[in-house]
Ligand binder design. Sequence first.
Ligand SMILES: [Zn+2]
Length: 509
Amino acid sequence: MPDAVETHLKRELMHAVWDMLLDDDFIKACDDGLEILCYDKILRDVFPWIYLYGADYPERVLLATVRNMGGCPCPRCFIKKLQIAETGMKRDMQRRQNIRKVDHWWLAQIEKARTGIFNRGLGVNSAFVEALLKDNSWVPTRNAFAKWQIMFVPDVLHEVELGVVKALFIHIVRLLYAHGDSAVSELDARFRQIPTFGRATIRKFLRNVSEMKQFAARDYEDIIQCALPPLEGLYPQFNKLLLDVCFDLATFHGMAKLRLHTNKAVADFRVVTTDMCASIRKFARDTQKIKTFETPRERDRRSKRAQAAKQRTPANAAANATSGSTAAPQPPLTAPAATGSISARREKVFNVETPKFHSLAYYPDSVKEHGSLDSHTTQNSEGAHRKPKLMYGKTNKRNHVPQIAAHDRRQRLLRRMRARREEELVQAAKKAAGAAENSEGAEDVRKAARAHRTVTSTILREALQPNEVTPRAAPDHHHRISGEAIPLPHDGERSTRMAPPPENSSCYK
Ligand SMILES: [Zn+2]
């Protein structure tokens, strides 16, 4: 099946499902309410409502029925891809006023295209369909949300941390490679010296940050918050430029993560956004004269992808099928790809024409319209990915799906057994207490009380138990910014373990 047809069918399926969910009964419930007998035996009128939809860019364009990375890639407005480089400028803010909305013209174009596809047998990417839809990056799918008012909200996790911050830092590493390998080593060494801050606020940079191996959004968040000291003086020609762009992006990130905004804060946020966009445009403009190449990790990943794609070709698949399960395993990635010279790397430039960069200028308006960005970030839902990732580590990495399912089933059974055991203990305690009351036997009363205490203390202990063991504090640490408890020395050790106060310290005068 051609890729275009498969993409179209997936899009049709998604909107067919949403169309079933947003049926007439649901719309009626939204307008007139739905009577639900609640747990407290009170009958209430409930008005369901889908107000916001937060998602990464591919899911957002899927729901907005807009082409993924098309000529007009934004699901909110009709800005052209080439105009995204002017994000933050006055004319860019004016272009954003031309928003996408449900109108007769759009619906008519979609219906014409569908008539061509389903009645005349034309392709989904035929010239007829492209002539109708390509200019505005529309697709020939009826939007299930056309009858529904839904608002897409910015997403700090995907757009800032995994979007612009990640792209910027990767290009800074490319620049440092172009300047000299020692600059990258120095960058890694400096990041390793950064101490932790707070409880899981800034974590220790254990790996080389230039490699960005298995980095999650929180790692890029830590990087942008700590990037100024490690970058200082590493590339003298662009020192001010690098520090300015990192400072502006870190300030923007901090403002975007505020949990409470005032009118003054939103006004400041607009200024910060304009400054940040200007800094990124300047960074892209000034550094384009430097020839930059893929980092070694980018090159290795590209080689792996190419090798995997080569193995998926029909000829290789047939050869693997005929050779059966006794076929020798494929050799790992060839050494030259991992140790090749810089000439083996492809040239890369800093690309600002991305929908994620375009989306940043919507943030101050979004705070006014929908409240703080922290309240609808996908960070909470993305946290659910940790569990399957943790379980993946316990598999043999080959046939991982049934193994993860088995782990999940085992955990569920253990939880159920534990709940049943606790319930049995509680019931036994109640029964013993009742029997003691009847027989007035003092021993039974004690047993019942003891059993009840055991159950409650077990539950309390597990609830209060910290997730990780607090490391011992060094004797000369007079303070610690954290929610962690500082282990106190025993009385007998106090004189030897605690550092004496400095003689000239004003704290002790
Ligand atoms: Zn837009």
